[in-house]
Design a protein around this ligand. Structure first.
Ligand code: SAM
Length: 245
């Protein structure tokens, strides 16, 4: 089966297996590859996410699909001893790398690590002040189910931030970016991480992800209000923000 983009469509259980094997495979080199492939720009995208988060001392934060914990590390410092950060991820290899990295940096005490699927979050209703999901939603099989699950565990007044690859806002940038994603990125993956297939999957998953307005509509459908997005780096990435009132 191929889509009109020529990508293979996969059944949902195959997608779960593929996502699991990709992240088991990239976990050890994830941080270095992230810096190389984005030329360090992912740090700015994450900084912007923190700036838009409204997070304060004492808040309860869920860093969903948190992987190796970049956002968790920043939130942990802001929420302090009276707050908490839960780093949840479906993949135990990513969680192990994240936990080891944060512990090495002395980030302990207010962080907990939970292996969980975004589609069925194992947390009580109305629990978190803030949920972030950075570069995670596109890997989730049932995105509507995951968004509904996030809505459920968010407190009234809380906000969701979705940082994700999106659709470049100019045709020229789209062409350059396509060339980079499908030619350079998998080769870098092959050369540096000896894992071209995983990086090919990552490039394809970016193209399959809903564009800015589609994702905004999906958030509104499950109940989020005042949903807005902000394009970063010409729309290569977008930050969506929505509230539960
Ligand atoms: N948030 C981190 C960051 O920005 O660096 C990690 C992003 S990494 C590209 C994507 C993460 O999503 C992986 O750690 C993967 O295991 C996780 N993931 C994929 N599917 C998931 C699901 N259904 N539920 C929770 N986490 C998931």
């Amino acid at each position: 089966n191929t889509t009109h983009f020529g990508y293979k469509t996969v059944e949902s259980d195959q997608k779960v297996d593929m996502v699991a094997s990709v992240f088991h495979s990239v976990a050890a080199k994830y941080d270095v590859m992230n810096d190389l492939m984005s030329m360090g720009i992912h740090r700015l995208w994450k900084r912007f996410t923190i700036d838009c988060s409204g997070v304060r001392q004492g808040h309860k934060v869920l860093d969903l699909a948190g992987g190796t914990g970049d956002l968790t590390a920043k939130f942990s410092r802001i929420v302090g001893d009276t707050g908490s950060v839960t780093l949840a991820d479906i993949n135990d290899s990513m969680l192990k790398v994240g936990r080891a990295k944060l512990r090495d940096r002395g980030i302990v005490g207010n962080v907990t690590y939970v292996q969980a699927n975004a589609e069925e979050l194992p947390f009580p209703d109305n629990h978190f002040d803030l949920i972030t999901i950075a570069f995670g939603l596109r890997n989730v099989t049932d995105k509507d189910k995951a968004l509904a699950s996030m809505f459920r565990v968010l407190k009234p007044g809380g906000r969701l931030l979705v940082l994700e690859f999106s659709k470049p806002d100019s045709e020229a940038l789209n062409k350059v970016y396509d060339f980079y994603s499908f030619n350079i990125l998998p080769k870098m993956g092959e050369l540096i991480a000896d894992d071209g297939d995983s990086y090919q999957y990552l490039a394809e998953s970016i193209r399959m992800h809903p564009n800015q307005d589609t994702l905004k509509g999906m958030m509104e459908t499950v109940g989020f209000e005042s949903v807005e997005y902000h394009n970063l780096t010409g729309g290569i990435v977008a930050l969506h923000r929505g509230y539960k009132f």
